[in-house]
Design a protein around this ligand. Sequence first.
Ligand SMILES: [Zn+2]
Length: 90
Amino acid sequence: MPAGRYKSRSKRRIAKKLPGGRTKIVYKEALPGRARCGICGKPLHGVPRYNTHKKTPKSMHRPERPYGGNLCPECMRKIMREKALSMIEG
Ligand SMILES: [Zn+2]
């Protein structure tokens, strides 16, 4: 009988083969959902699902451009155009 904390379905179950030939169920945290665009909701590329730790540089967590990791490139371009137009029109 697994301990109470392992009964939660928010944990992933992984069947792991042990050196003796037995298989054991290993419990791991479930992966978070894919990062999505804040406007159109499309899944974003270049943003890892796993929890990125402090040891990896920030540039490995999201694309290095304005709104990288928040907006998809199409929505980012749209916003940039709107911003430029509003600056011209005043
Ligand atoms: Zn978008």
